[in-house]
Design a protein around this ligand. Structure first.
Ligand code: FES
Ligand SMILES: [Fe+2]
Length: 436
């Protein structure tokens, strides 16, 4: 009898706890929905978007695990067994050149008891051995050795879980969902500008990780605006014209356009950043902007740093911006490409991975040297890191209030509005939006 009463009490208590928890969860969701609804248009985001772990959880579900992220260039994995690892928030993917020669992606999570398998960031392997109990997978992700398991243990049912991998003109993209957004529009519309730089045949001449102790949105928002360039980046401001007023910028832009055709460069402008009109696809864009007159490329003195890319027969004095999804951005000069990938680590930390790409047949030491090639965007990123961290410190203060965007922060405004839209979008895989 006592046991029955106790059992009943446990069940009742469980239901009370369950309903309180779901009320708390509903309240959290509602308050996030209210926060989004009350966000003032044209102003920076409310403090909680940068500090609240619950909002970060929602971002993981609605944005971070749903969107494609640049993981490198196909030239980095030429042979079967060549691999690299991409870490994003709580996920980790092994991207490997499989036996067939195709690129495959696997969750870096052992099918025994879940240990992370691959600790290196890249390398060559003929098998992946879990460091915990030694389960061993081949380069196609299939389990082929597991000690002391029962006789009826089904090895074939314990392959590594696949992660979505695709390639856009030589650039490897990874996505942590089985139902990823379509890349077809980006592949089609960006094929012409990407062919001009011969993206398929570039190679990575240098790669560097910048650890930024700030929320991922602050890192990307900073990349989206050049209002800060005149104050924070004297090196960049000497050569790039993005911070000029529109009249002056039009003048230098006209000078570049006059040179473009003679240099084999097509004048293109693509703006499919806004995904609201194209649900189910990633956002993407392309534009070319003039450098100041004496600058041929993004280098210390404006002089060449590597052989001309693709179709270029000479320097037209421009630099192209590519935007590919929410986390990956490219800057293409006439002789090299700089790729920026921003990845969340946790709600207070993010990384920026920079790749410097040159012509595939360029030789280091003869055609380029890494210190000249990387100088501009290394000094610029160091300065960016400092201002992003300062921004983060101020945002954590009790005195922080959202402030108004300037006319030079339009792209950042579009980006934060897109974040708010995505946070309200129902999750196709499970839950409805906040407050729903
Ligand atoms: S967790 Fe990988 S072998 Fe046990
Ligand atoms: Fe900057």
């Amino acid at each position: 009898m006592t046991a029955v009463i106790l059992q009943h009490a446990v069940v009742v208590t469980f239901h009370i706890v369950e309903s309180v928890m779901s009320a708390v969860l509903d309240e959290d969701k509602r308050s996030i929905a209210e926060l989004i609804a009350n966000q003032k248009a044209g102003y920076s985001l409310e403090q909680r978007f940068y500090t609240d772990p619950d909002i970060y959880e929602l971002e993981i579900e609605r944005i971070i695990n749903r969107h494609w992220i640049l993981a490198g260039h196909v030239s980095q994995l030429p042979e079967p067994g060549d691999f690299k690892v991409l870490n994003v928030a709580r996920e980790s993917a092994i991207i490997v050149r499989a036996k067939s020669g195709a690129l495959k992606g696997f969750a870096n999570v052992c099918r025994h008891r879940g240990s992370m398998i691959c600790q290196e960031s890249d390398g060559h392997a003929d098998k992946f051995v879990c460091p915990y109990h030694g389960w061993t997978y081949d380069i196609d992700g299939e389990l082929f050795a597991a000690r002391s398991m029962p006789e009826d243990f089904d090895m074939a049912a314990h392959s590594l879980n696949p992660v979505s991998v695709d390639v856009i003109h030589g650039l490897i993209f990874v996505c942590f969902t089985d139902t990823p957004l379509s890349l077809e529009g980006a592949k089609r519309d960006l094929s012409e500008p990407m062919a001009m730089f011969d993206f398929e045949n570039l190679k990575v001449a240098a790669q560097k990780t910048y650890k930024i102790p700030a929320n991922w949105k602050l890192s990307i928002e900073n990349y989206q605006e050049c209002y800060h360039c005149a104050t924070a980046h004297p090196e960049y401001a000497r050569m790039h014209t993005l911070m000029l007023d529109s009249e002056k910028r039009e003048r230098v832009q006209a000078g570049m356009k006059a040179k473009m055709e003679a240099c084999g460069v097509t004048d293109l402008y693509i703006d499919h950043i806004d995904t609201a009109a194209r649900p189910g696809e990633i956002g993407y864009g392309y534009s070319r902007t003039a450098l100041f007159d004496k600058y041929k490329t993004g280098s210390k003195d404006g002089g060449p740093v590597a052989p001309l890319l693709g179709d270029f027969t000479d320097y037209d004095g421009g630099a192209s911006d590519f935007s590919l999804g929410a986390f990956s951005f490219l800057l293409a000069y006439s002789d090299h490409v700089v790729a920026y990938v921003f990845t969340p680590v946790d709600h207070n930390n993010s990384n920026c991975e920079i790749y410097w790409l040159v012509r595939g047949n360029a030789d280091e030491g003869k055609d380029y040297n890494v210190s000249d090639l990387t100088w501009l965007w290394d000094v610029t990123m160091q300065a960016d890191k400092e201002i992003i961290v300062n921004n983060s410190k101020g945002i954590h203060s009790k005195y922080y209030r959202p402030g108004p965007f300037s006319g030079m922060e339009r792209a950042e405004r579009t980006y934060v509005e897109w974040i708010l839209q995505e946070l309200q979008r129902p999750d196709p895989e499970k839950k409805p939006g906040p407050g729903a």
